[in-house]
Each structure stands twice: as C-alpha cells, then as structure tokens.
Write a protein that binds this ligand. Sequence first.
Ligand code: CO8
Length: 263
Amino acid sequence: HLDEHEFETIQIDQHGPLAVLSVSRPKALNALSAETFGEISEAIDLIMDNAEIGALIVTGAGDKAFVAGADITELAALDGVYAGREASLAGQDVMHQLSSLPIPVIAAINGYALGGGLELALACDIRVASSGARLGLPEVTLGLLPGYGGTQRLSRLIGVGRALDLMLTARQVSAEEALQLGLVNYVADNALSKAREIAETMLRHGPIALSLVKEAVRRGMDTSLEGGLEIEADLFGMAMSTEDFKEGTAAFLGKRRPEFKGE
Ligand code: CO8
C-alpha cells in the first residue's frame, strides 16, 4: 500500500486504484528541491510496481500553491554551464518518468503553478485548475529559461505563438485564461475533487486501452502523420488481442457494464 511510504517533501495517498501525490513544502509554496525531485521519482517507481494503481493525481499541499517553481534558493547556489545543464537534465528526467507512466495522470492545480511547477503540470496528461489558480513561466525574470521541458511541452500543447507569448512576457494567467488557451482542460471550484471525478471516469475504462491511447499520442507527437498512423495501427492490433476488448464488446452487446481486468 502506497500510504506506508514516508517522504519528507511529498505525500502519497492511495484510495483503492487511485494514487494522489501531493508536493508538500509549506514554507516554500511547494517549490521543487532536489530532494523533492528524488522523492517524486521514488514515488513514480512505487506506482509503477503497484498493479492496483490505475490513475494518479498530482497536486500541491495546502490551498495557496500547486508548486511555485524550482527552489530558487537551490538554483541560486548552482553555478556554471555544467551544473545548470545537469540540473536541467535531472529535472527533465523526472518529468519524463511522470509523462511515461502507463496510467492516466491528472494535475490538480490548486493555486500557483509557476515555472517548474507549471512544467510539472505539463508533464501530466490533463490539467484541472481551481478558479483562483495562477499559471505562468516566469523564468526570464530570473535570467533563466524553463528547463524542465517547458519550452517543448508548452509549445506542443498550446502552439508556438501562445507558448512564446507566455514565456517571453513571463505573465501569469488566470485559470479562465488558461482554459481559453488550452493550457488546462477544466476549471473547478475545487481542483482536487474535480480531478477525482475525472479519474473515476477513466478508471471505469479498459486499463490497457488507456495506456495504449497514451502511447499512441506520445509516440505520434514525435513523428510524421504517416509514422504516427502506423504506430496507431500497431497499437490497435495489440488492443484487439486483449481480454479487455472481448469483455468490452461482450458487455456492450449484453447491455451490461464491462468488468475490465487489464488483460
Ligand atoms: N523557491 C523557493 N522559495 C519560494 C519559491 C521558490 N520558487 N516560491 C516561493 N518561495 C518562498 C518565499 O521565498 C517565501 O519564503 P519566506 O516566507 O521564507 O520569505 C514563501 O515561499 C512564501 O512566498 P511569498 O512570501 O513570496 O508569497 P507571496 O504570496 O507574496 O507570493 C508568489 C507568491 C507570487 C508565488 C511568489 O512566492 C513568487 O513569485 N515565487 C517565485 C515564483 C517563481 O519565480 N518561480 C519560478 C522559479 S524558476 C523555475 O522554476 C525554473 C525551472 C527550470 C529550472 C531548470 C534548471 C535547473
């Protein structure tokens, strides 16, 4: 059970098939320290090893911040091309681990999602923002650029023009504007409860099918349409060879709810 694991800067709770990872550094608005990255990575490994978990919500503890960025105190202590590059690669690696999880991952943005915090949310599959959330990439105000995948993931998600606007102005956007931009999928009074509701819907579906959707989209993003369509057809073939496919169609034809086993 995931709850048994103790961490210093994150908390992980398990509610049946749903895991909730909360970044929890109340004194620094949940900013990501090197320790936090290490713990998120450990938590992802635990989730990977736990076949019971079918969906993950990533959020921030408290009601003020999701994650207010990389820990600026730690950034300030870094010096030089090599240290900067290594820190960027190390953070990118954890974001990649998160985005490669075979289960749906929902960011519940319950307040400030700035810099590395927004990059964390961008590594999730979908984003739900609370009405008061503020989102932005203020790295240029520190003489930096986003370094945990933000320049790449934001452009792919909302388009180059919109992404450049946000990164070059460093402006914060409201949840409503983030919704208009396609930066978040939903705005709700309570991001976490909305995220749970969405996770419950996803958890009703075939888990292999969910993972194949993610794989098709992710792998297709990095290739031509032709290559992507080939990936889709290959994965479609795999889906058709599953027990879940037999169960899903039998349930539809039998006018009952499917019981997917992930086989
Ligand atoms: N890092 C460290 N501490 C932080 C951070 C942070 N990112 N954000 C807030 N804190 C701390 C504050 O210093 C303050 O500490 P203290 O109480 O000891 O003074 C405490 O959290 C509360 O914050 P504030 O008093 O500032 O709260 P306000 O309500 O006045 O303001 C803001 C809230 C607007 C969110 C404000 O805290 C802020 O602007 N924070 C910084 C936001 C930011 O610039 N984030 C981007 C960081 S850069 C980044 O993420 C780079 C990622 C890529 C790096 C890749 C290479 C390694």
